[in-house]
Write a protein that binds this ligand. Structure first.
Ligand code: GLV
Ligand code: MN
Ligand code: MN
Length: 421
């Protein structure tokens, strides 16, 4: 069996083991700070330990697996970070995030098997919150390491009314130790992540791997519509202030704004909605929904959100409902570091025989937080038809093997590159 086939088989085994850990019997759902997240974290910790890493869980539930430098030198106390996330969306595919953690662990195993003594520390990170599904903020785990998490996030509540603080306490974490979890820029050499592309570019090009140039500008918002609840049988249509009907008009308007921004890869999505009080014979008095806006440039995203806010005011006035747009988070475009891009491209070329194409990521990634700490670099892996956030998400064993090999070669290239600039 070729080396890459063997690495791919190993990655597939770990991916399949992780995919059995879910809140749903017939689907993969693993949200931040749930018992499923804990079981997945413990399993990943066990794999890290077996790979020879020193394992710990941090204050927000991230699993860390550390390997000391294998050779003395000026970088022996510096650290190269590898990682991704082990939380999933609802009814998810098994590769999003999980592949990045698995690829990092298999790469560490392989470096050990090849007796590579690295001149720096290597640390694998398995983040617990990249998706931001349970709570309306993303990247809690990577933001903690980057030292940019705001303590107020721990007061956010999930759909059951449980605060992140309580969920974290149940999980075994402790937000009062946040400050000590932040890494210092001077100690870190960079952050590398393997991730499925979640788009069709590589699949259509017939290429296994790509190098990421940047992660799109992204904003997440919550929109609240307050109307007037009433009897569905007695209140005439002309005098209603139906919050859900108002929400429907806003959502259609958001889609229109999104469609108008194709040149900047603008996308606008409402993925979650709730109407209250929520009975078939009651006019909704309140509606709340999410809004996710992304673009290839910050200016395009900011302009789209301003346009949405302007038209929201008009709709609210016309319908006699009060509509508020609350900003949950805004992340600018995150550019990958040219030096890591070059190292990744060379590693992919050596692995696949072809220089990789450069791809901009429309999906969000932990690199958006890690960039506040250090240089980021990402390897994209082809996924069938570009489908992700969907149970049919698929990556071949061969492509996973190539991704691990390219990661190993990137780490070796950084090891040979001497002192960082
Ligand atoms: C995460 O997958 C995101 O892009 O929202
Ligand atoms: Mn992901
Ligand atoms: Mn995802």
């Amino acid at each position: 069996m070729s080396d890459t086939k063997r690495l791919g088989e190993r990655a597939q085994n770990l991916i399949d083991a992780l995919a059995t850990i879910s809140a749903d019997k017939d689907a993969l759902t693993r949200l931040y700070l749930t018992s499923e997240h804990k079981r997945a974290a413990m399993l990943v910790g066990e794999w890290m330990r077996r790979a020879g890493l020193i394992v710990r869980m941090d204050a927000v539930g991230t699993m860390h697996g550390l390997q000391a430098a294998g050779a003395a030198g000026p970088r022996s106390k510096k650290r190269l970070l590898l990682g991704s996330h082990i939380d999933t969306v609802v009814d998810a595919g098994r590769f999003d995030g999980n592949l990045g953690v698995v690829a990092a662990i298999v790469a560490v195993e392989e470096l050990k098997a090849r007796e590579m003594a690295l001149p720096f520390e290597l640390e694998v990170l398995a983040f617990g919150d990249e998706e931001g599904v349970r709570y309306p903020k993303t990247l809690i785990s990577s933001s903690t390491i980057a030292g940019i998490v705001e303590p107020a996030v721990f007061d956010l509540v999930d759909r059951e009314g449980m605060t992140m603080r309580s969920a974290l306490a149940e999980f075994g974490g402790d937000p009062s130790h946040l400050a000590s979890e932040a890494y210092s820029r001077a100690d870190i050499l960079g952050y590398l992540e393997v991730h499925i592309e979640q788009g069709p570019v590589l699949d259509q090009a017939g290429e296994a791997l790509g190098v990421v140039t940047a992660i799109a500008s992204q904003g997440r918002y919550r929109i609240h519509v307050r109307g007037e609840a009433g009897h569905a049988g007695t209140v005439p249509m002309a005098i209603r202030h139906d919050a859900l009907a108002g929400a429907a008009e806003v959502i259609t308007m958001i889609e229109e704004v999104g469609r108008a921004g194709a040149k900047d890869s603008l996308v606008a999505t409402v993925g979650q909605i709730r109407a209250m009080p929520g009975a078939g014979n009651v006019i909704p008095g309140v509606a709340e929904f999410s809004l996710d806006v992304r673009a290839s440039a910050d200016e395009a995203r900011v302009a789209a959100v301003a346009e949405i806010r302007r038209r929201v005011r008009q709709i609210g006035l016309r319908r006699g409902v009060v509509i508020g747009v609350e900003t949950m988070q805004e992340k600018p475009v995150a550019l990958t570091a040219p030096r890591l891009r070059r190292a990744i491209a060379a590693a992919i070329a050596e692995t696949t025989g072809k220089l990789p194409r450069e791809i901009m990521s429309g999906a969000g990634h932990d690199g958006q937080a890690m960039i506040r700490l250090t240089d980021i670099g990402m390897i994209f892996v082809r996924c069938r038809a570009g489908i992700s956030h969907n149970p049919v998400e698929f990556v071949s064993i061969d492509d996973m093997g190539l991704a691990v090999e390219a990661l190993v070669k990137t780490i070796m290239a950084i090891a040979h590159e001497g002192a960082p600039p």
